[in-house]
Design a protein. Structure first.
Length: 437
């Protein structure tokens, strides 16, 4: 549907890593069934942060510095003493190379041999918005640039370490065809995908990393060097509680060095309590402020461009609610998923977020109480309506656990709440309440 497409587009920047991971898993491991990814929130690391993590664990990456001013960028370029320098704008969105700055500069990635050019380019990057295919039309403000040593790549391979349910543990996945989407390689040349299952108790074995290095096409002394890098990547994977470390390209230089040129790291949100330093690096500057605030209450919120706010538990039900609002001629203002373990305080905060949005002209609550107790939702709704003095029409459809008690709470509240018998009825009433204004 139109809104499912729009929602997918909105989620693209944050979700692309995990969605791509799942796509890779389905094509690389066709026997894996029922893959489920449950994330409390997305952890966003800038490129320089991921590379520093790798460097700190002995993984070979390009030498680099991070600069926040053009003057610092110039100093960094001089300090590198590199034959060639690559300057990269640091934003989370992809497509930087073909992006355009509000200063008029084209491209968020530039190569040069002259440190003075680094300063000139930085002046046109820092403080300006960069628009790419993955950002909003106004773009994202660039506050940092990465000044790195540019290295030639003589050969590109692909390497990933990820958790695989089929073998109850981590798996090494590699291909001698790097620098391209691994999904394409898996579809067109499956014989070029190599896999090594790792025993979680024994860890990765020397024979496994050497075999993977050989399968990736590393020859002579480079084979041992690549094997050592793979082992260090596995140690990083364990140490930071990653669910995936994907290096593409995992390449070699003409000078005979194995380098991790680009990497994507996904982290297990359940390990936040013991990975405080990593989670403290979470960059929320490019997020919608409402999304960031919602995440602080363990609510999943995605803003959309309509005027009917959706207050739902479960992502599937939320998408269905958006679709049926669209079917009856309305437009959803958001995607808000309460999740399963919702508390009364979260209901209140959700209403606070929705009512603060000036575009919202009606709120539709659609709850199917399986894990969720409908009475908790009802208490949260009545508290929010009274304390926030809700000014927009409110349509409520509740079904499931403790629903009769929930309906009693709402009926006896004396508040102008429109009850709905089912989702279709709720959507019609919400759309009609906006149309009658």
């Amino acid at each position: 549907s139109h809104f499912r497409f729009k929602m997918a587009a909105s989620m693209n920047v944050r979700a692309s890593g995990v969605l791509r991971s799942l796509a890779a898993r389905s094509s690389l491991f066709p026997s894996t069934q029922g893959v489920q990814v449950v994330h409390k929130r997305w952890l966003n690391l800038q490129e320089y942060q991921s590379k520093k993590l790798m460097a700190d664990h002995g993984v070979t990456v390009q030498r680099f510095f991070v600069a926040e001013t053009a003057k610092d960028a110039l100093e960094a370029a001089k300090k590198l003493k590199a034959r060639e320098i690559v300057l990269k704008a640091q934003i989370l969105a992809g497509g930087r190379g073909k992006g355009v700055f509000s200063s008029g500069l084209k491209g968020g990635v530039h190569l040069t041999k002259d440190p003075d050019v680094v300063r000139t380019l930085s002046e046109q990057m820092l403080g300006y918005n960069l628009t790419t295919k993955q950002t909003a039309k106004e773009g994202v403000k660039v506050n940092k640039v990465m000044v790195a040593e540019a290295l030639d790549i003589s050969r590109e391979t692909y390497l990933a370490i990820l958790m695989d349910r089929a073998c109850n543990g981590p798996v090494l996945v590699g291909s001698p065809q790097g620098g391209v989407d691994i999904e394409e390689v898996a579809a067109t040349n499956p014989e070029l995908i190599f896999k090594e299952e790792i025993d979680i108790f024994q860890g990765v074995k020397d024979t496994q990393v050497l075999r993977m290095a050989e399968n990736l096409g590393f020859k002579g002394p480079l084979q041992q060097q690549a094997a050592d890098q793979i082992k260090k990547l596995y140690n990083l994977f364990l140490k930071v509680d990653a669910t995936q470390v994907e290096v593409n390209p995992f390449g070699e230089t003409p000078e005979g060095q194995v380098v991790c040129f680009d990497a994507k790291i996904n982290f297990d949100d359940n390990a936040e309590f013991r990975q405080k330093e990593i989670f403290a690096m979470d960059d929320t500057s490019e997020n919608d402020p409402i999304e960031t605030e919602a995440a602080s209450y363990d609510l999943k919120y995605i803003g959309m461009d309509g005027n009917i706010a959706c207050f739902v538990n479960g992502a599937g039900l939320a998408m269905a609610t958006c679709d049926i609002i669209d079917l009856h001629g309305g437009k959803p203002a958001n995607f808000l998923d309460l999740g399963g373990g919702v508390q009364e305080s979260q209901v209140y905060q959700a209403f606070k977020l929705l009512s603060a949005d000036s575009r919202v002209e009606a709120i539709l609550v659609n709850i199917f109480g399986g894990i969720v107790n409908c009475a908790i939702i009802a208490n949260g709704i009545t508290k929010a309506c009274r304390e926030l003095e809700l000014k927009v029409p409110l349509v409520v459809r509740l079904e499931g656990t403790n629903v009769q008690e929930a309906k009693r709470i709402l009926n006896e509240s004396g508040l102008p709440i429109m009850a709905a018998s089912d989702l279709d009825d709720a959507a019609k009433k919400a759309v009609a309440s906006v149309a009658s204004k």
